[in-house]
Design a protein around this ligand. Structure first.
Ligand SMILES: [Zn+2]
Length: 220
């Protein structure tokens, strides 16, 4: 059995070829953010797992399996497969933090327990940001950015979901975002909050630090 170091060297070598897909896989092998699904940004067959094909052989590897092997080493047995904690494998999740080796019965057990799908729901703040991006970016790009599906994005645009006005989350215009970011660092966030009716401290702080409205960059 290969050591973890050997497995990692082998996979790195496998995906080190030219091409966008190789670069993407290589640069996400050590992806360490488990909060969101990491969606394969290229096309794949519907209802299947995204597959990676390197330039040399023509053989294809399921991307999530490569990620699982890279993170956890070889599968403990031939019957183990890489299972998603988020259940979003066929929706394109390749997040190495969301996959682990499970036997089919373990995986079945997890599903029957109805383990929650990780971060299935977008926050009200994210929904506001998505609405603000309508017409600016393609739904597919927005979907990738927020780790959700194009279908969800379209539903949000059409108002079919998230119509709940109780979210009370304030939407910020681009100018407001720029003004908040333009405030000198000596001005405490708490001093900015009263200037924006309906805003709260954490919203302003997230805008200031670029954690929300990241797409507003001030360039024409
Ligand atoms: Zn996932």
């Amino acid at each position: 059995m290969e050591t973890l170091e050997e497995v990692r060297a082998r996979i790195r070598a496998l995906v080190s070829g030219p091409g966008k897909t190789s670069r993407w896989v290589l640069s996400h092998l050590d992806h360490a953010d488990g909060d969101w699904c990491l969606i394969w940004p290229f096309s794949w067959e519907e209802d299947h797992y995204p597959k990676y094909k390197n330039q040399t052989g023509g053989r294809q590897w399921p991307v999530h399996r490569l990620m699982c092997e890279y993170r956890h080493g070889e599968p403990p047995s031939a019957s183990h497969h890489s299972a998603h904690s988020c259940n979003r494998g066929t929706e394109g999740c390749c997040n190495p933090m969301h996959v682990s080796w499970k036997t089919p019965s373990e995986n079945q057990f997890d599903r029957s327990m109805g383990l929650p799908r990780r971060r299935e729901k977008l926050t009200a703040e994210q929904v506001d940001q998505i609405k603000a991006l309508e017409g600016r970016q393609r739904p597919i790009d927005i979907a990738r950015q927020f780790g959700t599906t194009q279908r969800n994005i379209r539903l949000i645009f059409s108002g079919q979901t998230w119509r709940d006005p109780s979210s009370k989350h304030r939407h910020f215009t681009e100018d407001e975002v720029l003004a908040i970011r333009g405030a000198p660092s000596t001005v405490p966030t708490a001093a900015l909050v009263p200037q924006y009716l309906g805003a709260n401290y954490s919203q302003i702080q997230r805008i200031r630090t670029g954690k929300s409205y990241a797409w507003v960059n001030g360039r024409p």
